[in-house]
Design a protein. Sequence first.
Length: 476
Amino acid sequence: MSNSPIISVSGLGKKYRLYDRPQDRLKEILLSPFGKQYGREFWALQNVSFEVQPGETLGIIGRNGSGKSTLLQILTNILTPTVGEVQVNGRVAALLELGSGFNPEFTGRENVYLNGAILGISRDQMEERFAQVAEFADIGDFMDQPVKLYSSGMFVRLAFSVAVNVDADILVIDEVLAVGDVFFRQKCYRKLEEMRARGVTVLLVSHAMTEVEQLCDRALLLDRGEVIFEGRATEAVERYYLIEQNARMASLMTERSPSAAPPPVENTAQDGFFWPDDEAFIDISEAPQVSNGWAHCRRVALCNSQGQPCRVFEQGETASFFYEIDVLRDIEVPFGGIVLQNDKGIVVHGKGSLEHGTDVPQFVPRGSRLRFRQDIDLELAVGEYTFEIGFGMMSSHDYKHRAVFPHSMLETKMFRLCVVPDVGQFAVVFRTAGKPVQLLHHGIANLPGECRVNMITPEPVPDGQQMSPNTEERGD
């Protein structure tokens, strides 16, 4: 694999002119010699620079209007940049808008050959691959029907199937995997993993942050056309959440009366609350913290059930996570939690004080320090895991009514104040002994349940007669 980047972007910018009315565009063209301006400049992208190495999977995230799709269209030669340089070394297969690159009057079969020709693949070569395309798309007789008759799911099936069967060096995906049934999405993800293993470079735009964390090595975070972060996908996702909640946070602050006295503060220190010695804590001085400046994670420890520092646990053993938060501004109801990810970046567990129903203070003044202890039974698959620490708050009103909010609304009531992604790692190994057997479960996690067995005994068989699964007598 070459050490030179497969994609290189330097000082990229894309400018548009916006007009309040359609006729203003014509007026400006006619009157431009006289210096009359009716429009205004809008930079969809500005000062964008980054590199992608061969075989890397890069996520591109940001709120709507941040410039993600514009960037992909420039990388795929659909748009021309206003300023800057773009160098792409290799064949690019792109999945952008539904049906992009397809002629709606052509059949699916004809569009397969058309897309192959666009990518420089001859008809003979596409005929050799057509069986693979048809099998993966699995749209049956619709392959010979005009694509204007296709549903959105059929569009995606055919487009994805073509893109992954043209020997592309770079695969560009813009949101389209959200369409389609669960079985097809699973097939797509398996295919993506195969392509990544072969060294194909993938650019992924998605609003599904779990996909970005799971699939991407790195991520670009765009905001208002500029790159505001480039680095680990997990950290990029947490920074995205902070941007997304800023407007809601400002709204919450304006709802508070500045003259209102804060509620009384009670010391909630508990007798018998075990806290490990200083030697047990992980050095997080160099760990990046994603914060809005309202809180700071001071220290973190991971111990076994005896309170001793531990990094290797047997399946089913209890791990105790300790984390201490410095509160830098007055906040209302706090919450903290742990997220566990496996070596493939899949979130296998995420839970905290809110989900546990833990008693927490209703108001925390600045300068306070909160200590959390969270015990987790590691009934997980054998392997290596990383964990992150999260801390946030809710308003007292929303916390009081949290049980009546639907899940989608409850998420909007929570404000992230500090997250430490990839704090540390630990391993889960097989149990050396256990009842009924050492093997705890199969798969990624152990789900509570029950297994019963009921045996139905056969009826007695007369002497000299053999037992048969079918006792019905038949004549010749």
